[in-house]
Design a protein around this ligand. Structure first.
Ligand SMILES: *[C@@H]1O[C@H](CO)[C@@H](O)[C@H](O)[C@H]1NC(C)=O
Ligand SMILES: *[C@@H]1O[C@H](CO)[C@@H](O)[C@H](O)[C@H]1NC(C)=O
Length: 222
């Protein structure tokens, strides 16, 4: 292959890689989903029909649902994802947001977002925050009110409130649909065969059973 052709193929490869590496560029100012036409399906946000622009109002670009903390989980975590499903004005803009509150000692368990880099802004509190790179090196430190930290796309990250008061954190994502996998429930709460988990973690079937009961999604009472 001639050097010119090689350069051309590399450029085409890089271009495709970059083009597929983030949400698509918008082809219009905004697209407020028209809920009269179809429900919001998170997997198919990009094909939702838009409201006629003449019907779009300022309120479509404002979200008030993160003034207060959400509901706290067993680990002292309350998170409110601000995606187009709750904030239609974000649709097609390639961004989303979250509010996370941590009780004293509360944790946000190790998790990752397959489709987004995240910047977290600690509004108040002292939060041990970090991520693990693909060489299994951990980058973690305590950050305080007013500081931000970035978690590169797809890398496992975590937070724990190590202060003496509740912590509030805002996170922003460069995807309108970042996706989220919590490591404990992805491993022990997803239904992977027990024998594989026993061999992978060197645990007995009794220990795997304990992990499974802890992380398998609790059945909702009907
Ligand atoms: C949007 O609404 C305006 C005013 O009602 C109307 O004139 C226009 O045809 C509509 N556009 C579309 C694409 O339906
Ligand atoms: C918290 O839980 C209540 C009761 O289940 C629910 O109505 C409310 O929407 C929840 N709040 C958030 C932010 O999810």
């Amino acid at each position: 292959m001639s050097p010119q052709l090689t350069v051309l193929f590399v450029l085409i490869y890089l271009h495709c890689h970059i083009a597929l590496g983030s949400d698509p560029d918008p082809v219009q100012d905004f697209c407020i989903p028209n809920l009269k036409v179809g429900a919001i399906l998170t997997a198919r946000l990009d094909i939702l029909p838009c409201k006629n622009a003449t019907e779009v109002v300022p309120e479509d670009f404002v979200f008030s649902g993160i003034r207060l903390p959400g509901n706290f989980s067993d680990t002292g975590l309350a998170s409110i994802p601000v995606s187009p499903a709750v904030f239609p004005g974000l649709n097609t803009l390639g961004m989303s947001f979250a509010r996370v509150d941590l009780k004293v000692g509360g944790i946000n368990p190790p998790h990752f977002h397959p489709r987004a880099t995240e910047i977290v802004h600690v509004v108040q509190g002292q939060v041990y925050s970090g991520f693990v790179d693909s060489a299994n090196r951990v980058f973690a430190k305590v950050i305080e009110g007013g500081e931000v930290m970035v978690f590169p796309r797809g890398l496992v990250h975590f937070q724990m409130n190590v202060g003496k008061s509740p912590a509030t954190i805002f996170g922003s994502f460069n995807s309108q649909n970042p996706g989220m996998q919590r490591i404990p429930s992805a491993i022990f709460g997803s239904g992977i065969d027990d024998e594989l988990l026993e061999k992978a973690f060197g645990l007995s079937s009794r220990e795997i059973g304990m992990m499974r009961r802890r992380f398998f999604p609790k059945k909702v009472k009907s």
